[in-house]
Design a binder for this molecule. Structure first.
Ligand code: NDP
Length: 247
């Protein structure tokens, strides 16, 4: 039988590293043509080479998801070059943890602009195409979208916002053939914590990560692949996964 995503087009944001890169590889190796988007275009070019040398097909699109016009242009570029969008994966995100007291409020703006508004802009721009193609939207939220904890307040707020927005969207579009999936990984081994600006928090997060065997980006990609390859009558609403070590 042909690969499960043969003939499908996927657009993955934040594909230049970590979970997004793994999802791009996985979707491509299952037959999708993948548009990989992020700011670091050199990493995207290398990813395209890697996907193509594994027999897949991909194109790179430079994108800053905090820029609404750029989101619209990225969607149009994907549709013009690849013919549509069947799967949109909103994965781009930052996790700038730290205390609320005396926080650098720029960190908050970056998180809300990227993790919340970026998801909303991409969803808004892609929705007409997804409705036409009966596509699937995957939001990479996290365990942090279901819990709230010490030092994670604004990141929690951003992922809870994604979950609320996605549940409302699910009710609006599912009966018209667009499936909305929220994927909620726990701690996953990527570079994400290296960008934390509050250094005591960065050290604490890295210590926490070193004490467990985290998920790998491929684990999250496998959950995503499962959700986007079910028969048309099945809507996988939510996938929550953690390392066995994580409470
Ligand atoms: P990485 O830091 O490895 O990847 C983040 C990706 O987002 C990069 O490709 C980065 O690309 C991109 N990105 C960041 N800002 C922007 C922007 N303004 N415009 C476009 N792309 C942007 O981290 P992860 O792979 O861990 O994170 C991916 C997603 O998974 C995030 O949404 C994160 O919240 C979520 N997640 C991660 C967990 C973890 O433990 N690692 C757990 C649960 C959820 P570039 O810099 O090139 O733009």
């Amino acid at each position: 039988s042909p690969p499960s995503l043969q003939g499908k087009v996927a657009l993955v944001t934040g594909a230049s590293s970590g979970i997004g890169a793994a999802i791009a590889h996985t979707l491509a190796s299952n037959g999708a043509v993948v548009a990989v988007a992020a700011r670091r275009s050199r990493l995207l070019e290398q990813l395209v080479v890697d996907i193509e040398s594994a027999g897949g097909s991909a194109v790179a699109i430079e994108l800053d998801v905090t820029d609404e016009k750029a989101c619209r242009a990225a969607v149009e570029q994907c549709v013009d070059r690849l013919g549509g969008i069947d799967v949109l994966v909103n994965n781009a995100g930052v996790m700038l943890l730290g205390p609320i007291e005396n926080a650098d409020v720029d960190d908050w703006r970056r998180m809300i602009d990227t993790d919340v508004l970026g998801v909303m802009y991409m969803t808004h721009a892609a929705l007409p195409h997804l409705l036409r193609d009966k596509g699937t939207i995957v939001q990479i939220s996290g365990v942090d979208g279901r819990t709230a904890g010490y030092l994670t307040g604004v990141y929690n707020a951003s992922k809870w916002a994604v979950n609320a927005f996605s549940e409302s969207l699910r009710q609006e579009v599912t009966a018209r053939g667009v499936r909305v999936v929220v994927v909620e990984p726990g701690a996953t081994a990527t570079e994400i914590s290296s960008h934390i600006t509050h250094s005591p928090t960065r050290d604490a997060v890295e210590e926490f990560a070193a004490a467990l065997q985290p998920l790998t980006p491929d684990d999250v990609a496998a959950a995503t692949l499962y959700a986007v390859t079910q028969p048309p009558h099945v809507a996988v609403n939510e996938v929550l996964l953690r390392s066995v070590d994580q409470q």
